[in-house]
Design a protein around this ligand. Structure first.
Ligand SMILES: Nc1ncnc2c1ncn2[C@@H]1O[C@H](COP(=O)(O)OP(=O)(O)OP(=O)(O)O)[C@@H](O)[C@H]1O
Ligand SMILES: [Mg+2]
Length: 288
């Protein structure tokens, strides 16, 4: 089933001369992992804000085209419906916090929608496992590290069991270890849930292996939308559009150019190592 259907979408922020995004068409199947990539100011946040309904609900401007979430026009959905269906995680998690402890932060939303205690406990256990925050429950969300804050923010969104989770540059404010943890959590979400995940991310190296679909926003349009293997086929095109392919892809692409390999390009290290071992085996001269 199609989860998100976007037809000829355009948005111009009030007071701006040009459309921030224009003529955007995209179909996203449910239970998939989508990464939105591209240089700064090219329309990534605007696109995901339209999917979340933040645009046009919370912004002034000119809208064109259509966005449907599970068959419903996003502009006709109530804010309650949008909030229930679509979770949103920002780059700066602190903006989302309202409680004195991590546990209260997670439980607050669940109590608000009137869930029974056993269901709340079950969801709490589930998100703590998924986001690795079981040891932080009695801490203040303001006094933990940036990476931990981001994990709590993701946990509190997941606890509400949305159908779609959108993360806008969730790792941009974190140190390398903090970033790695978020990618681990994204891996867990992909493996253990049937959520549609949409991530805006600059770290191509780490997001590509997780993605089913990669969307390149450039100058307010989709310059390319494809599976990772297809997405990285034309590295010159990508470099012209501000995207540096993963090292694993570039490495095997070189083998291809030297006619040592003739298959699909890998996006992750494991696949590149497999391919390289095969190439080496085929080219080693047997010893007598
Ligand atoms: N609230 C706003 N009001 C007016 N113009 C805006 C607003 N938000 C974004 N824009 C403009 O819309 C265009 C697209 O911006 P957008 O934030 O969607 O890009 P982005 O790809 O998410 O960039 P970044 O990587 O820096 O987050 C830019 O020209 C930007 O200046
Ligand atoms: Mg942005």
């Amino acid at each position: 089933m199609t989860a998100v259907s976007i037809k000829d979408l355009g948005w111009k922020y009030s007071g701006r001369k040009h459309f921030a995004i224009e003529h955007v068409d995209l179909e996203i199947p449910e239970n998939s992992f989508v990464s939105v990539v591209g240089p700064n100011e090219h329309g990534k946040t605007t696109l995901v804000s339209c999917i979340k309904g933040l645009i046009p609900n919370s912004f002034h401007g000119v809208w064109r085209g259509q966005v449907e979430i599970f068959g419903q026009d996003v502009r006709k959905m109530s804010t309650e419906r949008l909030a229930a269906d679509i979770g949103f995680v920002f780059a700066d998690p602190e903006a989302q916090f309202t409680s004195m402890t991590v546990e209260e932060e997670l439980v607050f939303g669940l109590e608000n929608i009137g869930l029974p205690l056993n269901e709340i406990q079950e969801r709490l256990n589930w998100v703590c496992d998924l986001t690795m925050i079981g040891n932080l429950l009695d801490k203040s969300p303001y006094e933990i590290s940036g990476g931990q804050k981001q994990r709590v923010a993701i946990a509190s969104v997941l606890a509400m069991r949305p159908r779609i989770i959108i993360l806008d540059e969730p790792t941009s404010m974190l140190d390398p270890l903090g970033k790695d943890n978020i990618f681990q959590i994204l891996t867990n979400i992909k493996k253990d849930t049937d959520l549609l995940v949409i991530v805006v991310e600059h770290n191509i190296e780490q997001i590509a292996p997780l993605s089913d679909l990669m969307v390149l926003m450039y100058d307010g349009n989709i310059a390319k939308a494809a599976s990772p293997a297809e997405f990285f086929e034309n590295s010159d095109f990508l470099l012209q559009h501000g995207i540096i392919p993963p090292q694993a892809t570039t490495f095997v692409d070189r083998l291809k150019q030297q006619k040592l390999y003739d298959g699909t390009l890998p996006v992750g290290l494991e696949d590149a190592i497999d391919i390289t071992s095969r190439v080496l085996r085929n080219h080693s001269t047997p010893k007598n």
